[in-house]
Write a protein that binds this ligand. Structure first.
Ligand code: 3BY
Ligand code: FES
Ligand code: FE
Length: 424
C-alpha cells in the first residue's frame, strides 16, 4: 500500500534549510495557503493602501484579505478607520464597490445604518429590547504611517509596529504622502503563490537579464554582487557607485533627509528595510529618461536629485519614493497559486495630468517591470508543481534578503503552528 500521507506542516517548517528556497508545498498546497492566511495575514500588519485612497470624509474603500472583507473609511473628523465589511444583522456584505463616497454605511438587505464611526444608528422593527450599542461594526486595527495604511486583523496586533513607525516616520514624512493624489492604480493577478511574488521583489539578481526599463534609473550594483567575479573595469564602476552612495547619503542627511539603510527584515515581527539610493542618469526618478515625471515635487526637498527611497515591509509590500512621485505595491494572496499585485502611483495633489505630468511617462518603468516580474513568478510556480523541483540555493551576494523573507515567514508559521519547536 502506498503511503500517501502528506508531510505535516510542523515537520516541513522544522526541516526548512536556511539559504534555500522553500519546499514545493509552501508554494502549491491549498492547506498551507490557508495556514499562511491564518498565521501571517490574520496576525501581522498588512499594507492596504494610502490615505489619498480616501481623501475626504465619507470616502470608503474595500479590500478582501483571504476570507476577510474589510472596509476603510474616513470619518467626519478626518480620521481613517477600518471595519469588517460585514453587517451585524445577518452578516451581509455592507459596501460592494471597491471605492465610493457615503454619508452613512447602509446595508442593502434590511437597511441597518451605521455612521462613519461604525455605530449602528438605525435598525427598524427590532423591538424595545434591542440594543443598537451592541451591534456596531467590528473594527479592525488600522495605523497610518505618514499616510501609508496598514491593518491588522489580530485582536492584539504586533506591538513592534510602533518601533518601525518611529524609525520610518522621518524617512517617509518628507514625501508628504497625505498631500498626494493617486494618479493611477493597476491590478495585476500574478500566476504564483504570494511568497514567490515577495521573494522576487527581494532581489535584483534577475534585474539585468529581465528589466531593461528598470535598470535605466536603477544601478545594478545597488542590490549586491560577487566582488570576485568583477573584472577590473567593473570593480572600478562598483567602487565609484559605493562612493556615490556614501556622498549622496551624507549630502541628503545634512539637508535633513534621512537616507541611510535600516534593515530589520527577520528580527522583528513588523519586519522592514529602507535605504535611499542614488539613481542613474539624471538621478531624479524611476522614468525612462531618469528625469522627474511630475513638475510639482511631492515634498520639500533640497534638490530634484533625491534618488529613490525604497521601503519594504513583511509580509506584503514595497514602495519607492522619489522627489516627484511615489509608487506603492501591495501583494494580496488570492489562492495557493495566484496573487493580486496592486500598484499605485502617487503625485502631488495639485499636479494635473497632461499639464504637470504625462501619465504614460509616469507609469512606464513599473508597468513594464511588473509584467516582467509576473512572468518570472509564473515560471517558478510552474517549476514548483513538477516532480523535479527541490529547494535551490540563494546567492549569498544577491539573495540574502530573499532568505530573510523566508526566515521571517518560517518564524511566523512556527510561532503559530509549532510553538514547542522553539525559535528558528
Ligand atoms: O522593487 C524593489 O524594491 C526591488 C529592488 C529591485 C528589485 N526589486 C524590484
Ligand atoms: Fe444587513 Fe440585514 S443583513 S440589514
Ligand atoms: Fe523584478
Amino acid at each position: 500500500m502506498l503511503d500517501r500521507t502528506q508531510t505535516p506542516l510542523a515537520s516541513l517548517l522544522r526541516r526548512r534549510r536556511p539559504g534555500y528556497s522553500l519546499e514545493a508545498p509552501f508554494y502549491t498546497d491549498p492547506a498551507i495557503f490557508a495556514a499562511d492566511m491564518e498565521a501571517v495575514f490574520e496576525r501581522t500588519w498588512i499594507f492596504v493602501g494610502v490615505e489619498p485612497d480616501v481623501p475626504e470624509p465619507g470616502d470608503v474603500m474595500t479590500l478582501d484579505i483571504g476570507r476577510n472583507a474589510i472596509l476603510i473609511v474616513r470619518d467626519d473628523d478626518m480620521k481613517v478607520r477600518a471595519f469588517h465589511n460585514v453587517c451585524r444583522h445577518r452578516g451581509a456584505r455592507l459596501v460592494h464597490e471597491d471605492k465610493g463616497t457615503v454619508g452613512n454605511l447602509v446595508c442593502r438587505y434590511h437597511s441597518w445604518t451605521y455612521n462613519l464611526d461604525g455605530d449602528l444608528i438605525h435598525a427598524e422593527h427590532m423591538g424595545a429590547d434591542f440594543d443598537p450599542k451592541c451591534h456596531g461594526l467590528k473594527s479592525v486595527h488600522l495605523r497610518s504611517l505618514e499616510g501609508l495604511l496598514f491593518v491588522c486583523l489580530a485582536d492584539e496586533p504586533p506591538a513592534d509596529f510602533d518601533d518601525m513607525a518611529a524609525a520610518m516616520g522621518p524617512y517617509i514624512a518628507p514625501h508628504d504622502i497625505r498631500n498626494a493624489k493617486i494618479a493611477y492604480t493597476h491590478d495585476l493577478i500574478e500566476p504564483g503563490n504570494w511568497k514567490l511574488t515577495m521573494e522576487n521583489n527581494r532581489e535584483c539578481y534577475h534585474c539585468g537579464a529581465n528589466h531593461p526599463e528598470l535598470t535605466v534609473p536603477l544601478f545594478a550594483y545597488g542590490f549586491g554582487f560577487a566582488p570576485e567575479e568583477l573584472d577590473e573595469a567593473e570593480r572600478e564602476q562598483a567602487a565609484r557607485y559605493g562612493c556615490l552612495v556614501t556622498d549622496s547619503h551624507g549630502e541628503w542627511e545634512r539637508a535633513g533627509i534621512p537616507s541611510r539603510m535600516l534593515e530589520h527584515l527577520d528580527d522583528m515581527v513588523t519586519g522592514y528595510r529602507t535605504e535611499r539610493l542614488p539613481l542613474d542618469g539624471d538621478g531624479e526618478s524611476h522614468t525612462m529618461d531618469t528625469k522627474a515625471a511630475s513638475r510639482i515635487p511631492m515634498g520639500r526637498f533640497p534638490s530634484s536629485k533625491m534618488g529613490g527611497l525604497h521601503f519594504w515591509t513583511q509580509p506584503n509590500s514595497w514602495h519607492h519614493f522619489m522627489g516627484d512621485h511615489a509608487v506603492c505595491f501591495s501583494v494580496i494572496p488570492l489562492d495557493a497559486e495566484r496573487s493580486l499585485l496592486r500598484t499605485k502611483w502617487l503625485v502631488h495633489k495639485d499636479a494635473v495630468e497632461g499639464v504637470d505630468y504625462d501619465l504614460q511617462n509616469l507609469i512606464d518603468v513599473w508597468m513594464a517591470t511588473n509584467a516582467q516580474d509576473s512572468e518570472l513568478v509564473g515560471f517558478c510556480q510552474a517549476g514548483a508543481r513538477t516532480s523535479a523541483y527541490q529547494p535551490g540555493p540563494y546567492s549569498p551576494h544577491t539573495e540574502m534578503l530573499v532568505d530573510k523573507f523566508c526566515n521571517w515567514y518560517v518564524q511566523r508559521m512556527r510561532e503559530h503552528f509549532d510553538p514547542a519547536g522553539g525559535p528558528l
